[in-house]
Design a protein around this ligand. Structure first.
Ligand code: SAH
Length: 357
């Protein structure tokens, strides 16, 4: 038994060495690592940290997240701001409120702003383009990232022309069948992937990603995620644990774990060495030191909340979300402290992708 375990550890470590060198493994090899992760997690994190450091040094990029609307036309089974959650207290920020969040963030040192929201038709292309344009005019040294869900090619194009630099659209799962178990029938995996392709065509820096431990997800699914990401080759990869929300159809489903999320972060760092990889708020929610551990597993981005304090509790995608009470300035101080414990430090810059393209 002990002999078998040692043999497995040796096999895992040599797969990790090869992954680091070749930046890809087969489905069976990824699966083997995921299944035997208890025997090689520390070795993976050591390698992932070294790769992060060799490309991005000890710098952690920060993005100011502005959650500007929690209205959503979609009904994703996992999400707390889904259309049918009648208990959600809905809000929208005006253009001026969004711009003043960014001004405050700029003063705190943010050089990237992420505008995220539910799919809310109240904000027309014209309004959104105007906000993006004003943001870029006021702060020409900043990057603007959008995370507004699925839109038409024309809409993505207009927003890109208005100055948007990056777009986050997690694919949520690489498996269409699994997608169907997380979303109502009117939502389509094919459309989501087409959106990602369109964003790439339009020259956005693109972020994909998935939840770890989402209902019905198997270890095989997770191995497929790695092959999917390798092929898509996105600039950013958002990975966080699924956390159940009490007013959704998944209220009784088990949440994902920090342990598995960290392992997946490590695999992504070795598979896409240049990726911008956030240690997410969901990871910090499921484990008090999740974000620090995320950095030590290969992450290099943090996305503190810049939304006005009075709306933060309303953008509740999952239960017990952290950082919903503090002022943004307090968040930054707290993060600086936490990051210094990892030997890294916050970098004040747009924090662009360092890979090719
Ligand atoms: N409407 C935008 C933004 C969605 S919110 C869009 O469609 O892209 C951002 C991400 O939060 C989602 O992509 C999803 O992966 C994550 N999320 C939603 N509900 C969650 C939950 N219960 N637990 C963990 N992450 C969740």
């Amino acid at each position: 038994m002990v002999f078998m375990q040692k043999q497995h550890t040796a096999m895992c470590n040599s797969l990790i060495d090869r992954l680091r060198k070749e930046t890809a493994l087969s489905f069976d090899e990824y699966l083997f690592l995921i299944k035997n992760r208890d025997k090689c997690a520390d070795y993976l994190y050591k390698n992932a940290s070294q790769v992060r450091e060799s490309i991005y040094g000890n710098k952690i990029y920060i993005r100011g997240l502005i959650e500007f609307t929690n209205y959503c036309k979609n009904n994703c089974f996992y999400c707390g701001i889904r259309r049918d959650n009648k208990k959600a207290d809905r809000y929208r920020l005006s253009s001026d409120e969004i711009l003043s969040c960014a001004d405050y963030g700029y003063h705190l040192g943010f050089r990237t702003f992420v505008l995220q929201g539910g799919e809310d038709a109240y904000y027309t292309d014209e309004m959104l383009c105007d906000i993006v344009q004003q943001l870029k005019e006021k702060h020409s040294d900043c990057a603007v990232t959008l995370s507004l869900g699925e839109r038409s090619f024309e809409s993505y194009k207009a927003l890109r022309n208005a100055g948007a630099d990056r777009y986050l659209l997690r694919h949520e799962t690489a498996d269409p069948e699994h997608y169907g178990k997380l979303h109502p029938p009117e939502m389509s995996h094919k459309n989501r992937l087409e959106c990602l392709e369109n964003l790439k065509k339009l020259g956005y820096q693109v972020g994909a990603g998935f939840m770890v431990g989402s209902p019905f997800q198997t270890e095989e699914n997770l191995a497929r995620e790695m092959l999917f990401l390798k092929k898509l080759n996105p600039h950013m990869v958002g990975i966080g644990p699924f956390i159940s929300h009490k007013d959704t159809p998944f209220c009784n489903q088990t949440s994902g774990t920090a342990e598995l999320t960290l392992f997946m972060l490590g695999l992504v760092r070795l598979t896409l060495p240049y990726a911008l990889l956030p240690a997410t708020t969901a990871l910090g929610t499921i484990d008090d030191s999740g974000r620090e551990k995320g950095i030590l597993a290969g992450a290099n981005v943090l996305m503190p909340n810049l939304s006005p304090v009075n709306v933060r509790k309303k953008y509740m995608l999952y239960d017990n979300k952290i950082c919903t009470g503090d002022e943004a300035a307090q968040c930054i101080e707290c993060l600086k402290r936490r990051i210094s414990a990892t030997g890294c430090e916050i970098e004040i810059s747009r924090g662009d992708y360092k890979g090719e393209k």
